[in-house]
Ligand binder design. Structure first.
Ligand code: DGJ
Length: 739
């Protein structure tokens, strides 16, 4: 058992080979935090790690003679003697917001319970993890707070969540309920966030923690392009390969807050959970409220090791279903090939060419339904447009399958155009505030997924199409943020619940569709990567990473995304040049060399390419098919950051370390430059590796310590067609010799 309770000292120690997490029941029966970090020996009493000081000006809890202001806590409340921002806040009928949740009982058990209606990591065998459930009780309110901690036996990761139960007779309003709160004893950290905007998601931003509050959040109803519900704290000297690092990831797709508050004594309080802004949840007697899950990972071996923990965990114990462990089909999506300008014949011809080159899945994007010939109408009317598709989705999907390919379909189920039959029939089904002008985004409104009847209607419509057609893949899009958030189906004192209820509605629709169509591969999408979060990965094992398909921009976007999410989860396509977002021309090889570190595909009309380009495409597809197991499921290492260098590099290594592929990307060409080497990672030091295209072989230790020589053969002189382009890249394929 990797969770021990020491009765005398009243301490819980959760540990495995790599991490320890220690909690103490404080003198006032609330929970204190003693340690999170590298695994340390267990002992009966860690009480010395709980330091008190009688400082002037300190507010003392009368009965206990100590102050919460100076105590590191597990799930702190505001208003008694702690003046920092709290993990919870409950507004009561008399106007008070004070609470006192004190230890009542606990349970330790093998395995990990699911969270009803919410995405969460899971185990397949009870032996994979142990769970501590601590129940705290506020006597005055007759409320319970149940804190869940699961430690994965083979990962340096702990999953946490909190559940509120109201047993009292009076209703309360929960106005703050974080998933995770962690008080760390010092603040000698750099904070890393993954921020950006549409088409430049998850850029790596690093800064020193300072006294005060640093935070990222979303108030948009989805996790957003702007900030990601994932943050990292690292020691200043830590890098990709060494040093102490902690990652905090929220398994949630709605409004979130990720925050670190450093107090005047340099204690760092990390918080992660539903954004308390614009949130409240009314809890009547007998009702419970479950927070989403947060996962925290610790690494003493740098950022790559932390990311690899998230990659393994999210790939195999968050993602689910038949596609979880399967290499992903090479797809071709028609969006950038046709936009809204297509009919069945055109699509079939595009698919036929794709089939010739080895594409396995043809995806029909936006524009196939209702009156949808532009983005100004038709959303919500989930009937195939018979002018464009005379045989409907059924007919088209059969034609695609007859070509020997699988068929995939785009949907945007959460939205409605005002110019649609659905909106004309049910205007109250859109989220909007009575008496206020509804704002539009991309000419559309958001459907009120807080209402079961709306979700039921959409389920019925899409179920009918999927049931009669041969659909193997769904791209589930979502193209605007929520404004004027209000549901006409809920009373005034429940309007603070709508953002969260909306996302619960999205999850429930996903769950029903996954259950009904377990063979379908789902890819989530939100104007590119506006909902690339761990919550979505529970339903859709891959996500369209960004609408920006330019290879150079994608290096940064995929690099940033890889900190918290597995390579296989990143939808990555080769698109046409000049690129549709930036008008940049990049070599076709580089577009392929970037996209192959992801769920690979094309987003163009292959018929429009030259014979030579088609030859390259065929080569790329054959390469991906041969190496996708390593590329998508191998251990991924970031080697050189595009945020810091002109040359970026990363690599993937097979589980047995016998095969590896390194991607090497030179953004701008340079002349008469230095000799170059790339230090590889994750290889077996004792194995001899052949590097494709090189005559020599190399020991793994040499490649990792001395490095692979990557010097341009031209040594900086322009040799047309060789090394003299900007945006040049190369894949190094390594294979071990012998058995
Ligand atoms: C936004 C997506 O990110 C694109 O890939 C495409 O599907 C469009 N929506 C279609 O409207």
């Amino acid at each position: 058992m990797s969770i021990i309770f020491h009765e005398r000292s009243r301490e819980f120690h959760l540990f495995n080979d790599s991490v320890s997490y220690i909690i103490k029941i404080l003198p006032n029966d609330q929970l204190g935090q003693l340690y999170f970090g590298k695994r340390i020996h267990d002992r009966e009493d860690f009480g010395h790690l709980l330091e008190f000081a009688n400082r002037p000006m300190t507010a003392i809890l009368q009965d206990y003679g100590f102050s919460l202001e100076h105590v590191r806590q597990e799930y702190p409340a505001y208003g008694t003697t702690d003046f920092r921002l709290p993990a919870l806040e409950i507004l009561q009928e008399d106007g008070s917001r004070l609470t006192n949740f004190a230890y009542e009982s606990h349970r330790i058990f093998g395995g990990k319970p699911g969270l009803s209606g919410l995405p969460a990591t899971y185990v397949q065998e009870d032996e994979e993890a142990d769970t501590l459930e601590v129940t705290l009780r506020d006597k005055l309110l007759d409320m319970r707070l149940v804190l869940l901690y699961t430690i994965f036996n083979k990962e340096g990761a702990i999953a946490r969540s909190a559940r509120f139960e109201n047993h009292g007779r009076k209703p309360v309003q929960i106005t703050r309920a974080m998933s995770l709160s962690l008080d760390l004893p010092d603040c000698d950290y750099q904070w890393i966030q993954f921020s950006g905007a549409w088409s430049r998601e998850r850029q790596v931003k690093t800064r020193r923690l300072e006294q005060g509050i640093q935070a990222v959040s979303s108030q948009r109803g989805h996790s957003s392009h702007n900030h990601n519900p994932f943050i990292v704290l690292k020691r200043p000297e830590a890098d990709e390969f060494s040093g102490e690092v902690m990652g905090f990831s929220l398994v949630y797709s709605g409004n979130f807050l990720a925050q670190a508050e450093v107090d005047t004594y340099n204690v760092t309080r990390v918080m992660l959970g539903i954004n308390p802004f614009a949130f409240s949840w009314k809890l009547e007697q007998g009702e419970t409220f479950q927070t989403p899950e947060a996962v925290m990972a610790y690494s003493s071996a740098g950022l790559n090791a932390m990311s690899q923990t998230f990659h393994r965990l999210y790939r195999s114990r968050l993602a689910r279903g038949v596609w979880r462990d399967k290499a992903r089909p090479v797809l071709l999506n028609n969006w950038e090939a046709t936009y809204f300008d297509f009919d069945e014949d055109k699509l079939v011809e595009i698919a036929r060419a794709a089939k010739e080159d080895g594409v396995e899945l043809f995806v029909l994007d936006d524009g196939w339904f209702g009156s949808r010939s532009s983005d100004s109408s038709g959303l919500g009317d989930w009937y195939a447009n018979r002018d464009r598709l005379p045989g409907g989705i059924k007919g088209l999907s059969e034609k695609i399958e007859a070509l020997g390919m699988k068929f995939g379909l785009w949907v945007e189920l959460e939205m409605v155009n005002p110019d649609s039959d659905l909106y004309r029939q049910h205007p109250d089904w859109a989220i909007q505030t009575p008496g206020r002008m509804p704002s539009q985004g991309r000419n559309q409104l958001v459907l009120d997924f807080a209402r079961n009847e709306v979700v039921d209607h959409i389920y019925d419509r899409i179920e009918e199409i999927l049931a009669e057609s041969k659909v193997s893949y769904i791209k589930w899009d979502m193209n605007r943020s929520i404004t004027e958030c209000y549901s006409q189906a809920f009373p005034a004192d429940r309007q603070g619940e709508i953002f969260h209820r909306y996302i619960l509605g999205v999850y429930s629709l996903y769950e029903r569709l996954i259950e009904r169509f377990p063979q379908i591969l789902f890819e989530s999408c939100a104007s590119g990567g506006a909902r690339f979060d761990a919550g979505m990965l529970y339903y859709a094992p891959q996500c369209w990473t960004s609408d920006d398909s330019d290879a150079v921009e994608r290096i940064k976007i995929q690099y940033g995304t890889s900190f918290g999410y597995p390579v296989v989860s990143m939808g990555a396509h080769v698109s046409a040049v000049p690129n549709h977002q930036l008008c940049r021309n990049t070599p076709l090889e580089t577009r392929g060399n970037v996209a192959c570190f992801g769920a690979f595909g094309y987003e163009l009309d292959l018929k429009k390419l030259s014979d030579e380009e088609r030859r390259i495409v065929r080569q790329q597809i054959a390469f991906v098919k041969e190496y996708r197991q390593v590329l998508q499921f191998g251990t991924f290492y970031r080697l050189q950051s595009p945020f810091e260098h002109n040359i970026a590099a990363w690599m993937a290594v097979s589980e047995d370390k016998r095969t590896a592929v390194a991607g090497y990307y030179k953004i701008l060409n340079d002349v008469n430059c230095e000799f170059r080497r790339l230090r590889l990672s994750g290889l077996d030091p004792d194995l001899k590796y052949d590097v494709e295209g090189m005559d020599n072989w190399f020991y793994g230790d040499e490649l990792m310590s001395a490095g692979l020589v990557t010097t341009d053969a031209s040594a900086g002189q322009a040799v047309p067609g060789q090394f003299c382009t900007d945006f040049w890249s190369k894949l190094y394929v390594l294979k071990a010799r012998g058995e």
